[in-house]
Design a protein around this ligand. Structure first.
Ligand SMILES: *Cc1c(COP(=O)(O)O)cnc(C)c1O
Length: 461
């Protein structure tokens, strides 16, 4: 069976996520036979460097021997058990470790099985907390322009990416939106910190006006991922924590994408020195092995649900696979690697290699900016650097970049006009230079060649 055989069989019955399926009339589905480290290999032996960590989940490479060994052991011990009324070793140990590692004060772990579920849990818990404590009028949330929190209805309602949400507007509750602190829009000569402080004034105004009806502010700390790796300064989070306390509003930190070392610290909130009321974690939690998420919260929140007589004061939310033992064991194996290999220190060196490799691109006539926070880097393309005029999305330049890079052995997945790099932490300096050089060549090829005929379809994000 070669690539084409698998592709034909795939297209007969599969419906792929986040894809206009008609694209696959001309764009092949890539069947992957195996993975090792940062590399994926197809059925004809061609290798691809996974520069997006397979949708931001993989931390320590594909088929990591240490995580594999832990999972094989767990498989022969206990695969899964109901978590209501029962417990098991991996989930107890994982909860202890997460509490020790998370910002101080987050002492309770509630598990879900994907990122969107974690967001639903945090939203429901916040509203329910205010209900239990005599403030049922709090029913709204404040989110950020360009924010992304997942695809289920509650999460989509606090998401601000029309490509994903507009169609379903009739199903979505309307919340409040503050302008993004995105520093790519800062004025000439303005620092990231100045810009983030200035943008915070809008948030402060929204809180002043709406705090009585607001449960929580929800945002992605430091990097708004799905919007195209839009980045901002930690001071925004410091100011927000202080304001949320002042107005009696929760702070939900969605670290589903940025958690577990992506931004340079284990959790992004650390860079602002804050503890959110809810910390949502998922993508890197199991190092990219198995679906799992967790919402960490405070003893104050937990206690508002603790009641001898009233069942309904309890949090009656559940998912069948909550606290899955295999996923918990993978998460533990991942945290052991963080500890034993001094991963955050090595990541600082790798981030520096990325910075150096990407620096020359800043002078490119079609590059608006190169930005980076820790192990997340992005190159934003524009048609005209002076006017900042973007490329027409119908030209689908991003798709051409994807195709060109793939043909040359790198899996990139541009978001609109943003080419980003979010590689597994086991990447080597040489592999970083190969990844960036291939991306640079793909950018030039896409800009030089004709635009890809896009018809009326939306570009793949
Ligand atoms: C991916 C993501 C989610 C949703 O997680 P899923 O597991 O895809 O449901 C939520 N928030 C952020 C910031 C994400 O990047």
């Amino acid at each position: 069976m070669n690539n084409n055989d698998w592709m034909q069989r795939d297209l007969k019955h599969l419906w792929h996520p986040c894809t206009q399926m008609q694209d696959h009339e001309t764009l092949p589905v890539v069947p992957i036979q195996r993975g090792a480290g940062v590399w994926l290999q197809d059925f004809e032996g061609k290798r691809y460097l996974d520069a997006v960590s397979s949708w931001w989940v993989n931390l320590f490479g594909h088929a990591n021997p240490r995580i594999n060994a832990a999972l094989k052991d767990q498989l022969d011990t206990l695969e899964h058990v109901i978590l209501a009324g029962f417990t098991h070793e991996p989930i107890v140990t994982l909860s202890e470790k997460l509490v020790a590692l998370a910002p101080p004060g987050l002492t309770r772990c509630f598990y879900g099985d994907n990122g969107s579920a974690a967001i639903e849990i945090a939203l429901k818990m916040s509203l329910h907390f205010w209900r239990n404590t005599g403030k049922p009028e709090k029913t709204r949330f404040i989110c950020l322009e360009n924010g992304y929190h997942g695809e289920t209805l509650g999460a989509l309602a606090v998401t601000d990416i029309p490509l994903f949400s507009a169609t379903y507007a009739p199903l979505l509750k309307e919340h409040l939106r503050a302008p993004s602190p995105d520093c790519s829009r800062r004025a000439e000569g303005e620092s990231w910190e100045q810009h983030s402080r200035r943008q915070f004034a809008h948030m402060e105004a929204l809180l002043a006006k709406h705090h009585a009806e607001t449960c929580a502010v929800i945002l992605e700390p430091l990097v708004q991922g799905a919007a195209g790796m839009k980045m901002y300064h930690p001071v925004y989070l410091t100011l927000l924590r202080e304001a949320c306390d002042r107005y009696g509003v929760h702070l939900i930190a969605d670290e589903i994408a940025v958690g577990f070392g992506r931004t340079g610290t284990l959790f992004a909130c650390e860079q602002a020195g804050i503890t959110p009321d809810f910390l949502c974690l998922s993508k890197g939690l199991t190092a990219g092995y198995l679906p799992m998420s967790v919402v960490m919260t405070t003893e104050t929140v937990y206690e508002a649900f603790y009641d001898r007589y009233e069942t309904l004061k309890g949090f009656l939310h559940s998912h069948s696979y909550t606290g899955n033992a295999l996923a918990a064991r993978a998460a533990l194996a991942s945290l052991e690697i963080f500890e034993s290999d001094n991963v955050l220190a090595r990541n600082r060196e790798l981030a520096e290699v990325m910075r150096e490799a990407l620096a020359p691109l800043a002078a490119h006539p079609n590059v608006l900016e190169v930005r980076q926070t820790g192990m997340i880097a992005a190159v934003e393309l524009v048609q005209d650097k002076k006017t900042r005029a973007p490329f027409d999305w119908r030209e689908r330049r991003g798709l051409r970049i994807f195709e060109h890079a793939l043909a040359h052995g790198v899996l990139l997945r541009p978001i609109g006009n943003v080419v980003y790099f979010l590689p597994p932490y086991v990447i080597t300096p040489d592999e970083i230079r190969f990844m960036v050089a291939t991306a640079a060549a793909a950018i030039d090829a896409a800009l030089a060649g004709n635009a890809r005929a896009g018809g009326d379809n939306l570009a793949i994000p």
